[in-house]
Design a binder for this molecule. Structure first.
Ligand code: OMP
Length: 254
């Protein structure tokens, strides 16, 4: 069961409590696992991310339960399909009442514009509701320079590929991008300070990197000017998840 209501982060510009800029990835195979973590983190007003693992198992119902508990929710389904399908998917996700969701920038301008149209269409039926933050995924933080060039076949520095996706996302009317904190400074220079950056690939010093490639510590990521960090296993896989999260909060405030 999800416990007490939490204070809700209002929007990008008025994030006061640093915890509101930490997005915890609830990568669990079922609702019970995620609920156990929520009990341990009770009272800390961080953002919660529902990704494909939990959503495919627990569905929209779990998103609604998080919303009822007062959390801001990032629904990470990385939509990537023909524009008409992404428009409909984006409208459904918006009607669900999530605070943030993402689409793959690799789907191109027409697809991202369709996502925005889907949001706008759904918002017309939800007067007074807050519009979700629409984010484009650039290059996954698990992708290395070598994989990009040799396997995927995109030439040049990975940062250039990320910047290209970020510019396209901005031109298509998106609110920001998912990228590595390593690319935040250049994205802000290219797309403007108010263009949001949501950065996974976060590893506190000494934490196992696992399948991530382009990583940074929480404090360094915020020093680069990121708006939100996304962090999963360093919290969910810790012996004491609450302590792990509190240490991260302390590292960014101290
Ligand atoms: O869109 C995302 O959230 C995402 C994009 C990306 O490029 N890299 C990335 O790791 N993520 C997500 O961020 C989370 C990172 O989890 P950890 O590696 O366990 O901290 C996972 O839920 C990923 O699905």
């Amino acid at each position: 069961m999800i416990l007490s209501p939490l204070r809700r982060a209002s929007n990008l510009k008025s994030n006061r409590n640093p915890a509101e800029r930490i997005i915890v990835a609830l990568d669990y195979p079922d609702a019970a696992g995620a609920e156990s973590l929520l009990r341990q983190l009770e009272g800390i007003p961080c953002y919660m991310k529902v990704g494909m693992e939990l959503f495919y198992a627990a569905g929209p119902q779990f998103v609604l339960r998080l919303k009822e508990a007062g959390y801001n929710v990032f629904l990470d389904l990385k939509l990537h399909d023909i524009p008409n399908t992404v428009k409909g998917g984006s409208a459904s996700v918006t009607r669900l009442g999530v605070d943030m969701f993402n689409v793959h920038a690799a789907g191109g301008a027409a697809m991202m514009e369709a996502a925005r149209e889907g949001v706008e269409q759904a918002m017309s039926g939800r007067p007074g509701a807050a519009k979700p933050i629409l984010i484009g995924v650039t290059q996954l933080t698990s992708t290395s320079q070598q994989v990009l060039n040799d396997e995927i076949g995109i030439a040049g520095p990975i940062e250039e590929a990320v910047l290209r996706y970020a510019s396209l996302a901005k031109q298509s009317g998106l609110d920001g991008v998912v990228a590595s904190p390593l690319e935040v400074t250049r994205i802000k220079e290219r797309c403007g300070a108010s263009f949001a950056t949501v950065t996974p690939g976060i590893r506190p010093a000494g934490a196992a990197i696992g399948d991530q490639s382009r990583v940074m510590t929480p404090q360094d990521a915020f020093a680069q000017g990121t708006d939100y960090i996304v962090i999963g296993r360093p919290i969910t896989g810790a012996a004491y998840p609450r302590q792990a999260l509190e240490q991260i909060i302390e590292s960014i405030t101290g």
